[in-house]
Design a protein around this ligand. Structure first.
Ligand code: ATP
Ligand code: MG
Length: 429
């Protein structure tokens, strides 16, 4: 292939040997969300650039340097979505489905785009499953989101490898008061801060808290603490959340430096982190954003949500070898037919069987071939059984039924009895 035909750096193909694991993961999450009463919403992948500037905030990493922004043929500035919350809020407002205090429990899945430095667990097109709840303002729903993810980690077999970090940013008022005293403190130590933090001090001071710079971290040791600035409402909310997590038995670590990258969070913020993926350790992150809908032009509407990175979680399943055995086998039964008449009869027989066993994974040989070559394909397919239609079977209106994984001898089954026989020996998902 010519060298110029390549995918864009940081944008990956998900190849056929990987998709079964993706579908297992996505299916597990979708079933869980159904069971907890969440409904799926699907938004476009492209939105007006303004939407992200207004919701995520002008001085965040995403808006400052990570967005794929372009002009379309009308001269409108459009952006490939870097995350899902903004578009979800736009959609509920546009369609009026959160008006009058209507509760919405929504989820979405799909690709997101950020111009970051590609590395393990960090890509330019990546995939999220996200969830947003509108018009429920108590800690009970914050708890439900966390409880649901806890159950998910349990079902996936990765619970022991993740840790919940929790913080409260308070209401926008208490957050504002905290920001002021933090700025005052940091300004007094301006010269000891790294360059990035000096810049953030002016634009987005809370982000200084999650600096990786050791000198700045030393300055932060004596900085004012967010927890001391929480008002009664925020404090009660946070206590309510913790009590619920305790009641269910979900361990957590309080991390006063957890501020999250986006501008719009208030009260609860949380991250599920792992040490199994190297530097890209956050697999799911979220929090409450009670002011966002109003900031975007809606009536006051509370919100809380999270997003998980599918690539990172799939990587975790692989790293921890939590790949269910059944997903590696894609075929139950492989039908081999020899000669034109047998091929025609085989096709009709396969359709009759599929009518009766809609979940059976039955593959019919294509491309004819000798006895030897069709058996080789049957074996390679991973099927448990081969069905054989040759001259003898045609004459007797039977099909040869041959176990491929050493479970007994070949036998002959009458065409009419085939579906019933298969139902007894193939466990159907
Ligand atoms: P990080 O700190 O790793 O950059 P973030 O705070 O920017 O993450 P969010 O915007 O909260 O991430 O997105 C939620 C989740 O989406 C992350 O926890 C992560 O699992 C995943 N994610 C974010 N950016 C990427 C990326 N570039 N590639 C792969 N997954 C990502
Ligand atoms: Mg990021």
């Amino acid at each position: 292939m010519s060298k110029s035909l390549q995918a864009i750096r940081g944008m990956n193909d998900i190849l056929p040997d990987q998709t079964p694991l993706w579908r297992y993961f996505e299916g597990t999450v979708a079933r869980l969300l159904d069971n907890y009463g969440y409904k799926q919403i699907r938004m476009p992948i492209v939105e007006f650039t303004e939407l992200f500037k207004r919701s995520i905030g002008e001085v965040t990493d995403i808006v400052e340097k990570e967005m794929y922004t372009f002009e379309d043929r009308n001269g409108d500035s459009l952006t490939l979505r870097p995350e899902g919350t903004a578009a979800c809020v736009r959609a509920v407002l546009e369609h009026g489905i959160t008006g009058g205090g209507q509760v919405q429990k929504l989820w979405y899945i799909g690709p997101m785009f950020r111009h970051e430095r590609p590395q393990k667990g960090r890509y330019r097109q990546f995939h999220q499953i996200g969830l947003e709840v509108f018009n429920l303002d108590g800690p009970d729903i914050d708890a439900e989101l966390i409880i649901m993810t806890w159950r998910l980690w349990g079902e996936l077999g990765i619970r022991d490898a993740v840790k919940l970090e929790l913080n409260s940013l308070g209401t926008s008022e208490s957050r504002g008061r905290y920001r002021e005293s933090l700025v005052e403190y940091l300004s007094a130590h301006h010269d000891k801060l790294d360059e990035d933090s000096q810049r953030r001090l002016k634009t987005n001071p809370l982000r200084v808290l999650d600096t990786k710079n050791a000198d700045t971290q030393a300055v932060l040791v004596d900085a004012p603490k967010m927890a001391d600035y929480l008002d009664d409402e925020s404090r009660a909310h946070f206590e309510g959340l913790k009590a619920r997590l305790d009641a269910v038995g979900i361990p957590y670590v309080l991390n006063p430096k957890l501020v999250r990258g986006l501008d719009y969070y208030s009260k609860t913020v949380f991250e599920w982190v792992t040490d199994k993926l190297g530097a890209q350790g956050t697999v799911c992150a979220g929090g409450r954003y009670d002011g966002l809908v109003e900031q975007m032009g809606g009536k006051p509407t509370t919100g809380v949500g999270f997003a998980m990175g599918i690539e990172r979680l799939v990587l975790m399943l692989e790293t921890l070898e939590q790949i269910p055995a059944e997903i590696s086998r894609q075929v139950d039964v492989y039908l081999c037919a020899f000669g034109e008449q047998a091929e025609l009869a085989g096709l009709a027989l396969a359709e009759r069987v599929r009518d009766q066993l809609p979940n059976l994974r039955l593959q019919v040989n294509a491309g004819a071939g000798s006895f030897k070559s069709q058996f080789k394909k049957a074996d390679k397919s991973g099927a448990l059984y081969a069905l054989i239609l040759g001259d003898d079977e045609m004459a007797q209106q039977v099909v040869g039924f041959k176990p491929l994984r050493g479970q007994g001898e070949q036998q002959s089954i009458a065409w009419d009895a085939l579906a019933a026989h298969l139902a007894t020996c193939v466990v159907q998902g």
